[in-house]
Write a protein that binds this ligand. Sequence first.
Ligand code: R5P
Length: 295
Amino acid sequence: MPEADATTKAEKEFHANVPQESHAFFLKGSNAHDWGMNNRLARIFNPRSGKAVMLAFDHGYFQGPTTGLERVDLSILPLAPYADALMLTRGILRSVIPPASPNAIVMRASGGPSILKELSNEQIAVSIEDAVRMNVSAVAVQVFIGGELETQSVHNMTRLVDEGNRYGIPVLAVTAVGKEMVRDAKYMRLACRICAELGAAFVKTYYVPEDFETVSASCPVPLVIAGGKKLPELEALRMAHASIAQGAAGVDMGRNIFQAESPVAMIQAVRKVVHEGASPEQAFDSYKASKSVKR
Ligand code: R5P
């Protein structure tokens, strides 16, 4: 039994005249989630900047040992301290990532076909119980709008959303653009909006140079952009900067970081753009300076 609290009412600090404040959650479209889901989102997105630097290295789930990912232990672990979240498969998580790592984990939860087959033929590849066991901050699922097995991939997403909602785990919908699809704002608006309407907590898409702001404006939940194919570093920084300036809440970049000449310098430069509002040129200057320091 605790000792009786003998303090008198007059001495207690009830602050009866101070109304309790209610705080809106900092991410757009995310106020109606449960506490656990927003706690997880706040591990991925920095509450101070409202933005996220996610490092994507899940490419092996359909294309095997991608250039730069032959040895994840050697190439990716040195980058982890600069990433808010790691986007990866459960195989790599358990085999390579130290459990003491402070990064938020965004777990690839769809898969099936390799690059040798029809890519849209994915199934859910991780149970929600295993996602909980791994303490993930979100699960990610590929959605192939316009793809051969579009409905199957959308169904994968909606099932994960239902399961994620049971445990407070956000779903990241990854818009996969087939080779036959035109990569323009019209397509991205369609794909992102469908994912959000059907329950994704946030959406990963590609930056398009024309009208990207209409993609982010018409998507009611946060958007992060993929990096796509390797670009010269300054161009990749320009893309990151333009996407943030036009409404993206972060980047989920892979090849443009781990295939850079200096991946550690590159992820630091990306952070400057995303979290500190640095211009691409300022960030590129620090990239060059940091690259010249032997690591
Ligand atoms: C691809 O399907 C995976 O989700 C990758 O994580 C994604 O494409 C991001 O990687 P990158 O920046 O290399 O395009």
